[in-house]
Design a protein around this ligand. Sequence first.
Ligand code: SAH
Ligand code: SF4
Length: 374
Amino acid sequence: MTPASTRSSDSEPSHPRDASASTGPVHLLELTPEELSARLSRHFEARRQPEFRVDQVRKWVYESSVSSIGEMSNLPLTEREALAAAFRLAEPEAATVSRSKDGTVKHLWRLEDGKVVESVLIPAESRLTLCISSQAGCAMGCTFCATGWSGFSRQLSAAEIVAQYRASRRWAEEHDYGSITNVVYMGMGEPLSNRKAVHPSLTILNRGFGLGARRITVSTVGVVPGIAELAARPEQFELALSLHAPESELRRTLIPLEKRHPLPELMEAIRAFREGKGRRVTFEYTMIRGINDAPRLAPMLADLARDVQAFVNLIPFNPIPYQDWRPSTPDRVDHFRRALEEAGVSVAVRAPRGQDIDAACGQLRANALVQIAK
Ligand code: SAH
Ligand code: SF4
């Protein structure tokens, strides 16, 4: 059995989407802060309302957790009605919420068309990291990944990406989890194959919701044009590369995209990102017993990491329902860790988180992945 066929969509144009092209009420979470202000200004001006209404609505969107326009209580009722006719603030419904013994919380969100995506809240020391999805399913077909096996369903809109953050923020507030400090695009999907929505979602989280760019990490399996685009942005968003193998031949057995963007090309893109941004890239290396954990691979991984001064996260493979691979033994993980350290590479071993709820769901990993510690 092989994962669902690879339908890569990384050639998609990444031009900013034209919100005005959509029909029906415009989603308030779909718009960048600038677009939101401009739209609201026009709306309220046409209704002969004072300009401060724009700020009132912006505050409801970004600072409050109200889930409907009807709850924007400092707007007159007639204005709420008029606003609701022109705009909407729909959020996905939580299909399930599972809470792990270790505090990790997984939401499965049901989107308007019934598709389900996940996001995961991961508390760790002073951080609260939110892991979000960028696509329903994934076209990349990586052999170790549950999402890869399930195939691609559709792209998420910017509003659907941002709504995972907004609804999770509300959940966290209501359950004494505190504020979300970090967001990682490590849920379902390949974010750099949905640049049309991911770019505005980054802008909205950063400039709308006020999350620092350095607290937002985009994880990619190696979509080279997307890495270049992210590098060209002025903000300092973080980049994580799902490497998983330090040589092309092995990597292509795990990650079909390796055939299109092989390691040398990928490393060049990473080097350019690193040099342009002055930011350290993180390598994710999922360790699968007998597959990518041979001792001979450790120095090769160290060389790649040293070459671009990457930080390496070693993540024991999280078993998935589709094949019988197991995580590397702790000894083997330790061997890799020591080899990297001896080569002067910064490395962390990530303990799986929320494993009990992963198992309950039977889908998707969203294991530890995340706690990109720098
Ligand atoms: N598509 C992007 C982001 C989503 S996957 C990417 O691949 O980077 C998020 C992370 O989970 C990736 O590093 C991926 O390699 C890792 N992952 C997927 N399946 C896993 C599994 N079964 N065990 C451990 N990590 C896994
Ligand atoms: Fe998609 Fe990432 Fe899973 Fe690969 S590892 S199938 S790119 S979600």
